[in-house]
Design a protein around this ligand. Structure first.
Ligand SMILES: Cc1ncc(COP(=O)(O)O)c(C=O)c1O
Length: 284
């Protein structure tokens, strides 16, 4: 089925939404995106996603397209037009078309593209049994804190995970510290303390990460954001990943090692439950 998408102020079929072959998002990955989940027609923490997008655009010196102000109604309309109750939405902003070359002078019209499609939640077995991750050979690039249109390190790491028979990969940053998984933030538990790489580790400031930190603090769990070493992962009592689409996913195998004897641990389960309840309160 052809989806209706939104591009630069208009709703149109996906076939009609072709972008210029000279769009800088295509040529150089010169742009940003957001992915968020839609629960029964409502978008979870949309404002936080838009705010992260705006901050990223400021860093890149891209003027936020005017249509970004209307993105809430636009996404709701896309959900209606595409019959989405539960699904995923994507917002893409690129610098648009400019003079050829890296500086892209005169790119005065950023492009905004939004789409929303039905998507069931990930399979239950990922939550019941947990997933297997490896540590990727590829390191994150210096722009990792931005949700940029260039995901090559993450794509290579995910391919490496698949070749190793694993579900996902954790990437190290340029200092060799634990950063994030290919499309998630990483948490670990040690002696009932919840630990996650600090934002200074050049990680994406995940919206789900922030929600989990909020929930953990509300439950008076000790929480630490700090430098995380590979060794911390191997000595963790529990590990889990967070992102908007998959929420809280337990990791039960790291390379050849079982984590928590191959079962999701109690704090991971508690965070899965608490996040589900938060979604229930805010987005349904
Ligand atoms: C590299 C990376 N880190 C972390 C996340 C988690 O971010 P969020 O919780 O905002 O979805 C994502 C989301 O796709 C990601 O791509």
């Amino acid at each position: 089925m052809s989806l209706t998408v939104y591009r630069d102020g208009k709703f149109m079929s996906e076939e009609r939404a072709a972008v210029s072959p000279f769009d800088r998002g295509l040529l150089y990955g010169d742009g940003l995106f957001e992915t968020l989940r839609c629960y029964e027609g409502k978008f979870f923490r949309l404002d936080a996603h838009v705010e992260r997008l705006r901050r990223g655009l400021e860093t890149l010196g891209i003027t936020p397209p005017a249509a970004l102000q209307e993105i809430g109604p636009v996404l709701r309309e896309l959900a209606n037009l595409n019959y989405v109750a539960n699904g995923v939405a994507r917002i893409v902003v690129t610098r648009g078309v400019g003079e050829f070359g890296l500086l892209g002078r005169f790119a005065e019209q950023p492009m905004l593209l939004a789409a929303c499609w039905p998507q069931p939640p990930p399979p239950g077995r990922r939550y019941e049994a947990g997933i297997q991750v490896i540590i990727a050979h590829h390191r994150l690039s210096g722009c990792a804190g931005l949700k940029s249109l260039n995901y090559l390190p993450q794509i290579l790491a995910r391919r490496e995970a698949e070749a190793a028979g694993a579900d996902d990969a954790i990437l190290l940053n340029t200092h060799g510290h634990v950063a994030e998984a290919t499309s998630s933030n990483v948490f670990l538990v040690r002696d009932r303390e919840l630990i996650t790489p600090a934002l200074e580790a050049e990680i994406l400031p995940g919206i789900t990460r922030a929600a989990v930190l909020e929930l953990a603090r509300a439950e008076k769990l000790p929480v630490v954001e700090r430098v995380v070493h590979q060794n911390d992962l191997f000595h963790a009592d529990e590990i889990f990943l967070t992102n908007s689409v998959a929420e809280v996913t337990p990791v039960t195998r790291l390379g050849g090692h079982w984590v928590h004897l191959g079962q999701p641990g109690p704090i991971t389960r508690e965070m899965m439950r608490a996040y589900g309840a938060l979604v229930g309160r805010e987005a349904k």
